[in-house]
Design a protein around this ligand. Structure first.
Ligand code: CAA
Length: 390
């Protein structure tokens, strides 16, 4: 076995998009505050028949279509925006994809950090059983109340990650830097569908977690700063990653050039915050759009409010360019259907999960849709192909 790591990544996002220029105009805000001040251009909005399950299943389907199901005995679904307090969202995905019965499925939660936790668990499973592969899904709908400072930092998206031995894309190194501190910077009580957030506190908590995770990585025998060619961060808004990285360079006494981070921001500037998926969407952008990563070491930082941070490193495979699917995410983003601010706010108002029976209108063109709630239970189905729709 030559190491364990990330064999493939696929991304999905919502059917709709809201341009932040339109929100800025409605709110009487200078659009530069969004484009420059927080570093975001737009955010994805799910259609009424989309949620974390449909986005997660769409991303996972791409991986199954490419690689089959052989060796997949574990599905780990990470999310902050779970659709049920008991049933794991991954069980719906298991059914939609027709995965074998001999599979364990579980859901993981720690705000935006859950995706990294899932990847770590997956790496451990594959290290013990190298013939197995683990399907990790990270999917979220980031919802804050309208007319709050956090409103422009919403978003929606999913990443599916296939973890295997002898991976095609990135071999993950064993040392990891971890950091936990009990902070109320962002949380979502059980009776709320929108998060509560102390935005300023979340910035300092994120920065502290990044520097703390770095120090722990160094203690665990991790690489020197200069031996890491590129960093990718969790991106609640891309300016957050810039702030944190600037602080790290001050901490280690290295020069800072924010343009080094720009490629990894390309997709997230368009999707908005995708919580657990955000880091992996940033990584997908880097792998898709940076041609000079062969043999280079990456630093991957995950942060989940509340708060847990983790920094890992991985070395990009020499022939990663032959395995990436450049253009796929760009076309997904370009295919989104724009919303007016009024239409977005109407969808937002109806976006809370419910146990009331309801049929959802057929809107999404993604592979799977949320059909509605019947007898209190959520129902999902394959979407009709466009030529089958009346
Ligand atoms: N041109 C350029 N820049 C401008 C500008 C203009 N016209 N107007 C303002 N700006 C700049 C400001 O100077 C400021 O920059 P700095 O931060 O560098 O000083 C920036 O734009 C933002 O301006 P404000 O601080 O005035 O913005 P705000 O108070 O309205 O909101 C925010 C900013 C607090 C980050 C808010 O967007 C927010 O609360 N977001 C949600 C919190 C969040 O995402 N936290 C991240 C971690 S939590 C997470 O990811 C969740 C998880 O774990 C699940």
């Amino acid at each position: 076995m030559t190491g364990v790591g990330i064999h493939d990544i696929a991304i999905a996002t919502g059917h709709h998009v809201l341009e932040l220029d339109d929100l800025a105009e409605r709110l009487g805000v200078d659009p530069a505050k969004y484009h420059v001040g927080i570093g975001q251009d737009a955010f994805s909005v799910p259609a009424p028949d989309e949620d974390i399950v449909t986005m997660g299943a769409a991303a996972a389907k791409e991986l199954i279509d490419r690689h089959g199901v052989d060796g997949i005995r574990t599905v780990l679904f990470a999310t902050e925006s779970g659709v049920d307090q008991s049933k794991a969202a991954g069980v719906y995905v298991h059914g939609l994809l027709g995965l074998p019965k001999a599979v364990r499925v579980v859901e993981l939660k720690q705000a935006c950090y859950g995706g990294m936790a899932a990847v770590q668990l997956a790496l451990g499973i594959v290290a013990r059983a190298p013939h197995e592969r683990v399907l990790v899904i990270a999917a979220d709908v980031a919802r804050y109340d309208v007319d709050t400072p956090a409103e422009p930092t919403q978003g929606a998206g999913a990443a599916a990650i296939l973890v295997s031995a002898d991976p095609d894309l990135i071999e993950i190194e064993p040392a990891a830097g971890v950091y936990t501190a009990d902070v109320d910077d962002f949380w979502r009580p059980n009776d709320r569908s929108t998060a509560l957030v102390d935005g300023r506190l979340s910035v300092s908590a994120y920065v502290n977690a990044f520097v703390g995770a770095w120090d722990d990585l160094a203690e665990q025998g991790g690489p020197a700063y200069d031996d890491i060619a590129r960093f990718v961060h969790h991106q609640p808004f891309t300016k957050m990653a810039i702030k944190a990285h600037r602080k790290l360079t001050q901490h280690v006494g290295a020069p800072f050039d924010e343009s080094d981070l720009a490629i990894g921001f390309t997709y997230n500037r368009q999707t908005g915050n995708t919580y657990t998926a955000s880091l992996w969407i940033g990584l997908a952008a880097l792998l898709d759009l940076d041609d000079d990563l062969a043999g280079e070491r990456l630093g991957l930082f995950s942060y989940g409010s509340g708060s847990v941070g983790e920094l890992i490193t991985g070395v990009v495979r020499p022939d990663y360019r032959e395995h990436r699917r450049t253009g796929r995410v760009r076309s997904l983003l370009e295919a989104r259907v724009p919303l007016t601010v009024d239409a977005y706010r109407e969808l937002h108002a109806g976006g809370a999960a419910t146990s009331e029976d309801v049929e959802r209108p057929r809107v999404t063109t993604a592979p799977f849709r949320f059909a509605g709630v019947r007898g209190g239970a959520r129902h999902y189905e394959a979407s009709a192909q466009p030529d089958q729709q009346a």
